[in-house]
Ligand binder design. Structure first.
Ligand code: GLC
Ligand code: GLC
Length: 811
């Protein structure tokens, strides 16, 4: 069952039924000011950090789901309704929500009044604009009352839930014409406040929640709205809100537009006040001035559209297959921007107070983002590297506002360092900018311990070399990529975190996934060293890589597939000898990507085993058989019911590793089949089962052992976005940035006859046509650029500004 449709022309997903199986959301804002918005206008805004600079309150884990947002209420002679259906939930005559690129438009109609609100965060502005258009579709004059509502929470969002003894006494507001200011804690340590404005005179307002809603009432039934009488309340402590009341008269056929603005302001210490106790409103007024008319707002919307058109045009395809084209050209790239901005902090599954930017997550997210805005990618790489320790280890997470490592979580996740090699080499391949290696970057944010970025990469590489276990395989530490395979944890206490507890001393557990990862990025490190003329460095590193390949072949092979690990007792994990968890996906992915034992048929065997044991209707599960009992020496993985999350769920993030592995042995049909299975646009028809948005990847889909296979959870903030984009664009469609130019090596289903890719690369445009009339999976027979035949499959870098025709004949 579907709840809407894709409008590819407008790059939108259109939701036609507000009761989606789970709130279907969108992200507004691309830089400092962000908003999350659901299809019923639920969600919240924040400045840079969803924990420390949350602007309005949102109630996670509530009943019903999705409580809190920016709500509008209309009182039309006693009939009260909301354009986004919630919170009033009056049945609408018509409803439509269009999620587009950094904007959302929600339209509701009741009794011949249509209300359409476009929500967006303009480029380079610290506010959310809400453009409300009211239309009278009837033949008589209508007099309605329109109420807005924002519930403030401009303090630590974690405190908001657990420090009421303080928070309920601190609230302060200022009211100034049509602008309502929230200035709680501003007179002490905060240098920021928020405001909510409308560009028209108001008939009344409320800033105190209880006055607006009424004692024991709810958001669905506020007193002020239902009686049609704002209370003009002024909040002192308790729960400050901002609500405007406008009386609107509409002639038959008439439309009126109002611009609401939710803004954030930071002032320097000496410019905080206008007069004693009165906040300095200069910046707020400037923002208001920028967006106080429909014309100005429409211009800002146009700029936003141009901005996205430009970003998306760096890679676009025409395959004749809508479901694929819309993912590559629009939604997957868009999600990569979102994961770049949010890491794993703020979604409807991640509450914005727990996790900051992950070291491994943010590095991986970059591979789906670099081609969009390389300068921002570069900045991010340096931020991440600045949190690294001198021995190459890393804080597992850091806070976006302070850019400091998170001490509560600490480090010792031994895969972390290697992802820095991935992001950096991907950045250089895209841009050719080797100067990043010379950048002076601190360790642990301590400027006195700064070295070149190249030294950081070297530290990453040697962190693995210096932490090998009894089989000369990498020690796993607290966990590798799989946060839930905690081989040194041994926890008996339900109050302990599996990620931060290390009860097992000695810590000799080893990871074959990290071993494979090391071979892949170790080779990249070697190549990089050669390119910058560090021959000795390269030779030394190559020796370590060769040794690792040997160790994997000797101690990491189980006969039909790669082992996953050795536990802390030196027992095999992911072996035919195990009762449960005989085979795991991660080591099959990484060891085949590394091409380990390719000539001996190991890769093919391992991938055949993936197909046989791990593949199912909805994707590839993480391990098989699922764990049915708690295994203390394995940790969190065995705590989940069978088929969920890391215990045999389809953990989508790792599926692309197998897809890449398949392309390494030329099996384009299989790579594509795996791609299609987890691709959201292909799951639109089963939205009632799949539950999450058909335009965004989810972290997990319940696996074959689950109670309800196919049900997805945790959409948006997942490494799946970057990895699926990476595999489809570079390995399946086969257009890959490399140091010397664009490498062309498609690996596609035999049935695909042709497709075109338009790629902007280092300033030039490449219009690539791929002809597969011979029906092969891979292989190139002929390649021409601007009519000239090439004898290899790397197109040399063309002059910036040129448009180049590339014709590829497969066979
Ligand atoms: C989550 C984490 C990621 C981890 C994965 C597997 O997505 O953000 O860091 O690799 O789970 O456990
Ligand atoms: C939990 C989750 C896992 C996530 C980790 C992050 O263990 O199950 O997916 O990566 O938390 O800390």
């Amino acid at each position: 069952m579907k709840y809407g449709f894709f409008d590819d022309e407008r790059k939108e997903y259109v939701i036609t039924n507000p009761q989606t199986p789970f709130p279907w959301i969108n992200y507004l804002g691309n830089k400092d000011f962000f908003s999350l918005i659901s299809n019923t206008a639920g969600g919240y805004s924040f400045y840079k950090d969803a924990k420390f600079r949350r602007i309005n309150r949102y109630r996670y884990n509530n009943v019903p789901m999705d409580n809190g947002g920016r709500y509008f209420y209309i009182n039309d002679e006693g009939t009260v309704w909301s354009p986004g259906w919630k919170p009033v939930k009056t049945e609408l005559d018509h409803y439509e929500c269009r999620h587009g690129l950094s904007y959302t438009s929600i339209k509701g109609e009741k009794n011949d009044i249509e209300a359409e609100v476009v929500f967006f965060v303009p480029l380079n502005a610290l506010c959310e604009v809400q453009k409300m258009k009211l239309t009278n579709k009837s033949s008589k004059t209508k007099k309605i009352k329109l109420f807005s509502l924002i519930e403030w929470c401009l303090w630590n969002a974690e405190d908001d839930q657990n420090n009421l003894q303080r928070n309920l006494s601190t609230g302060e507001v200022e009211i100034h014409g049509s602008t309502l200011y929230h200035k709680t804690e501003y007179k002490e340590r905060r240098n920021h406040y928020a405001f909510y404005h409308v560009n028209a005179p108001i008939q009344g307002f409320d800033t105190d929640r209880e006055s607006f809603i009424g004692l024991y009432n709810e958001f669905s039934h506020p007193d002020a709205v239902f009686t049609g009488k704002p209370k003009n309340s002024e909040a002192h402590g308790w729960s400050p809100i901002a609500s405007h009341c406008l009386e609107v008269e509409l002639q038959p056929g008439e439309s009126k537009e109002y611009i609401f603005l939710l803004g954030y302001v930071e002032n320097t210490e000496d410019k905080k006040w206008e007069s004693k106790g009165v906040i300095n409103k200069t910046k707020a007024n400037r923002t208001i001035e920028q967006f106080n008319s429909s014309e100005k707002v429409n211009r800002a919307l146009d700029k936003l559209a141009t901005y996205w058109d430009n970003l998306l045009s760096n890679y676009s395809i025409h395959s004749g297959n809508d479901k694929l084209d819309r993912m590559v050209n629009i939604w997957n790239q868009y999600q990569c921007m979102v994961t770049f901005n949010m890491s794993r902090s703020a979604s409807f599954f991640e509450v914005g107070i727990g996790r900051g930017m992950g070291f491994r997550d943010s590095n991986q997210d970059l591979i789906g983002f670099i081609h969009q805005i390389p300068e921002r990618a570069r900045e991010r790489i340096i931020d991440i590297a600045s949190t690294q320790f001198e021995d190459g280890g890393a804080y597992h997470q850091y806070q976006p506002l302070t850019k400091r490592g998170n001490n509560a979580v600490g480090g010792n996740f031994n895969d972390d360092p290697l992802w820095l090699i991935l992001s950096t080499t991907a950045y250089i391949k895209e841009t050719g900018d080797f100067s990043i290696l010379e950048e002076i970057v601190p360790f642990d944010n301590d400027e006195s311990r700064a070295k070149t970025h190249f030294e950081h990469l070297k530290a990453s590489f040697y962190h693995v070399v210096n932490n090998l276990g009894p089989h000369q395989l990498p020690l796993i530490g607290r966990a590798d990529w799989n946060d839930c395979l905690n081989l040194n944890c041994f926890s008996k206490d339900p109050n302990e975190s599996f990620q931060t507890t290390e009860n097992q001393t000695g810590g000799s557990a080893e990871s074959i996934m990290i071993a494979g990862l090391f071979v892949v990025y170790g080779k990249d490190f070697v190549e990089l060293c050669r390119r910058i003329g560090r021959k000795d460095e390269a030779d030394n590193a190559q020796e370590h890589v060769d040794k690792m390949v040997k160790s994997i072949k000797k101690h990491g092979w189980d006969g039909e597939w790669f082992l996953r690990a050795y536990d802390s007792f030196g027992n095999k994990v992911g072996s035919k000898d195990n009762e449960e968890g005989k085979i795991f996906i991660e080591s099959q992915g990484w060891c085949t990507m590394a091409g380990i034992g390719k000539n001996e048929g190991m890769c093919e065997k391992a991938l055949n085993s993936v197909k046989k044991y791990l593949d199912c209707e909805y994707g590839i599960v993480l391990n098989h058989p699922a764990f049915t009992k708690y295994v203390i020496e394995y940790g969190e993985i065995s705590t989940y019911p069978a088929g969920y999350k890391e215990n045999a769920g389809i953990f989508c993030h790792n599926n692309p590793w197998v897809m890449i592995g398949e392309t390494m042995i030329g099996r384009g049909d299989q790579a594509w089949e795996y791609f299609r299975k987890i691709c959201p646009s292909y799951l639109e028809e089963i939205s009632d089962l799949h539950k999450t948005e058909p335009y965004a990847y989810a972290q997990m889909i319940a696996g074959k052992d689950a109670f309800k296979p196919g049900e997805a959870k945790n959409s948006w903030l997942t490494g799946t976005a970057a990895w699926t984009y990476y595999v489809i664009t570079q390995y399946i469609l086969g257009v890959k940035p490399s140091y010397d130019g664009l490498e062309i090596s498609p690996c596609i289903p035999k049935t695909w006859k042709s497709y075109t890719v338009s790629r902007k690369f280092r300033g030039a445009v490449y219009e690539i046509s791929i002809d597969n009339s011979e029906g092969v999976n891979c292989g190139i027979k002929e390649l021409t650029i601007n009519g000239e035949t090439m004898h290899k499959n790397v197109i040399p870098i063309q002059k910036a500004g040129t448009i180049n025709k590339v014709n590829v004949k497969m066979g």
